[in-house]
Design a protein around this ligand. Structure first.
Ligand SMILES: NC(=O)c1ccc[n+]([C@@H]2O[C@H](COP(=O)([O-])OP(=O)(O)OC[C@H]3O[C@@H](n4cnc5c(N)ncnc54)[C@H](OP(=O)(O)O)[C@@H]3O)[C@@H](O)[C@H]2O)c1
Length: 274
């Protein structure tokens, strides 16, 4: 899909990856509707988008609130018509061992990471389907393919989003509507708050692996998922290999996560493939 002249909705646009994706789309020539709760940050971003010569709507919304999403999506459609691109990047994480995390914390992750994306898709997909074109891009995580300690609620919510994305990709195959799921490893954003990420529990391989810049991930998402419509993007290469090995055998995944030899071997293979 060409981006110039298209309209996009980006959730989680007030910071991190969502913000970078919104800017990347605007640079490519799209008008964007910015969704998150912190209106001041959305307004700052809107000025940057408008400085690029694109139209921008600021739509402060809690994505976990289905009624608010319904009215927000209606307001966007009334203002700019049916969007061509929906990027669900809003997400939250609580890093705690399963027995220490509360029901409310588990529910909050499910409500934003899974239901938040679900509500936007429910609202916008019927008109996209009728038009016979569009892109829906859900930002899951590496942990939406590989379960890790101290991420039970986060992993569960992202696995749910992964399943929804894959099912919708197949349901709309050949219709002109492409549904993609993105599985990033560590990105340098507020999400990796050193005060809240636990010092123990997460495999060192995950905790200390290099963090990608949000701008680089945004460029990748826009190129592969928006322009080309690929259904799954896992990055960096190392996480893609890790999730593939884990899908073949959980035991091999254990070895990779907890023993250094296997990740190093894989790194060598990955470098050889590059
Ligand atoms: N950073 C990583 O290492 C990493 C790795 C894998 C996956 N991810 C995923 O990437 C996505 C973007 O995360 P990030 O790294 O950019 O983190 P971030 O900087 O913390 O951004 C999270 C965004 O989600 C929004 N958000 C949270 N709760 C919301 C709610 N109830 N309603 C509306 N918006 C809400 C936040 O905006 P407001 O607070 O203004 O509402 C913010 O814009 C998330 O889905 C995350 O799970 C990140």
């Amino acid at each position: 899909m060409k981006i110039r002249g298209k309209t996009a909705v980006v959730t989680g646009a007030s910071s991190g990856l969502g913000r970078a994706i919104a800017l990347s789309l605007a640079r490519g020539g799209a008008d964007v509707a910015l969704v998150a709760r912190r209106e001041d940050l959305l307004r700052e971003l809107a000025q940057e988008v408008e400085a690029l010569g694109r139209r921008c709507l600021v739509v402060p919304t809690d994505v976990a609130d289905a009624a608010r999403v319904r009215s927000a999506s209606q307001a966007i459609v009334n203002e700019v018509g049916t969007p061509d691109i929906l990027v669900n990047s809003a997400g939250v994480a609580v890093w705690k061992p399963f027995l220490e995390i509360s029901d409310a914390e588990h529910e909050a992750m499910m409500n934003v990471n899974f239901w938040g994306a679900y509500h936007w898709i429910r609202c916008l997909l019927p008109a996209m389907k009728e038009r016979g074109s569009g892109r829906i891009i859900n930002i899951s995580a590496g942990t939406g393919k590989i379960g890790l300690p101290v991420t039970s609620g986060f992993s569960a919510s992202k696995f749910a989003l992964t399943g929804l994305s894959e099912a919708l990709h197949r349901e709309f195959l050949g219709t002109g509507l492409h549904v993609s799921c993105v599985h990033p490893g560590n990105i340098r954003t507020d999400f990796w708050d050193e005060r809240t990420v636990p010092k123990q529990g997460l495999p060192a391989l995950v905790r200390f692996s290099p963090k990608m810049s949000p701008r680089a991930v945004a460029r990748d998402v826009v190129f592969f998922c928006v322009r080309l419509g690929v259904p799954v993007r896992t990055l960096p290469v190392f996480v893609a290999l890790l999730t593939k090995v884990n899908a073949l055998s959980i035991r091999a995944g254990d070895l990779m996560l907890w023993k250094w030899f296997f990740p190093l071997l894989l790194l060598v293979v990955a470098l050889a493939l590059l």
